[in-house]
Design a binder for this molecule. Structure first.
Ligand code: ATP
Length: 237
């Protein structure tokens, strides 16, 4: 059997003596969207940063069977990981188009043009605003630009840290539709969310993180039907 696209086992991260991620095991099969749900402080951002190599971690992190745990961020990018941080981290004083071009930096001038057209086809709003400064975009447009910029690097696994944060429900739905569309195009996603309702609509499988550990996991439909998830994360339906 071939190994899953991405697999983390017994991942642990400590800030000094405090363990913020405690032995997490998760798998993202090829072409799937997997969500990690959890409240404020559950350890979601810490986990993503550890998987990306931004924070030092213990445990095993594998991409198609290859051990990434000791690789620096840029080598994890080279194998196909891409992280869109919660704050989106665009270059506010640069245009939409220049932000996108920077997303293809690892190709050093090779390629890029075709990808830019593909991004404008996928995100027509960005095409309309290609010359506008990124810092003047709306929250939803900024999230779309952050996604498009990540895609310019042709990732195989997109990791998104709370893409719904601060966005209106209609915009959240649009972001989730893009994630689903990308999955259909073969880009898997690891979607970290507090907005369980939105995340479970697009994800195939979910993990619930609490106190840095996975306390519950299952197919999205099962999690939506689970009383504990409904009570804790979805509110009264
Ligand atoms: P949020 O949804 O609020 O972003 P989260 O689930 O992403 O929360 P983390 O940001 O990963 O949670 O934080 C997990 C725990 O680690 C929290 O208790 C937090 O206070 C702690 N923590 C995060 N960053 C640091 C740091 N740089 N130094 C020490 N403790 C930290």
């Amino acid at each position: 059997m071939s190994p899953p696209l991405f697999e983390a086992r017994d991942v642990r991260v400590a800030y000094g003596k405090v363990e913020a991620v405690r032995g997490v095991l998760l798998t993202v099969p090829a072409g799937r969207v997997v969500t990690v749900l959890g409240a404020n402080g559950a350890g979601k951002t810490t986990l993503l940063n550890a998987l990306m190599g931004i924070l030092p971690a213990r445990g095993s992190i594998r991409f198609e069977g290859r051990d990434l745990a000791r690789l620096p961020v840029e080598e994890r990018v080279a194998v196909g990981l891409s992280l869109i941080p919660e704050r989106r981290e665009l270059f506010g004083s640069m245009s939409v188009e220049d932000n996108l071009r920077l997303g293809a930096f690892r190709f050093r001038g090779r390629g890029g043009g075709g990808d830019l057209d593909a991004m404008f086809a996928l995100f027509p709003r960005l095409k309309e605003r290609r010359r506008q400064l990124a810092g003047t975009l709306s929250g939803g447009e900024r999230q779309m630009l952050a996604m498009a910029r990540a895609l310019m690097g042709r990732p195989r696994l997109l990791m998104l840290d709370e893409p719904s944060l601060g966005l209106a429900p209609l915009v959240v739905a649009e972001v989730m539709r893009k994630v689903a569309h990308l999955r259909d195009e073969g880009v898997a996603a690891l979607l970290v969310e507090q907005n369980a309702r939105a995340a479970l609509q697009v994800a195939d499988y979910g993990y619930v993180l609490d106190g840095g550990a996975v306390v519950l996991e299952g197919p999205s439909a099962a999690l939506r039907a689970d009383e504990r998830v409904v009570e804790t994360y979805l509110g009264v339906l």
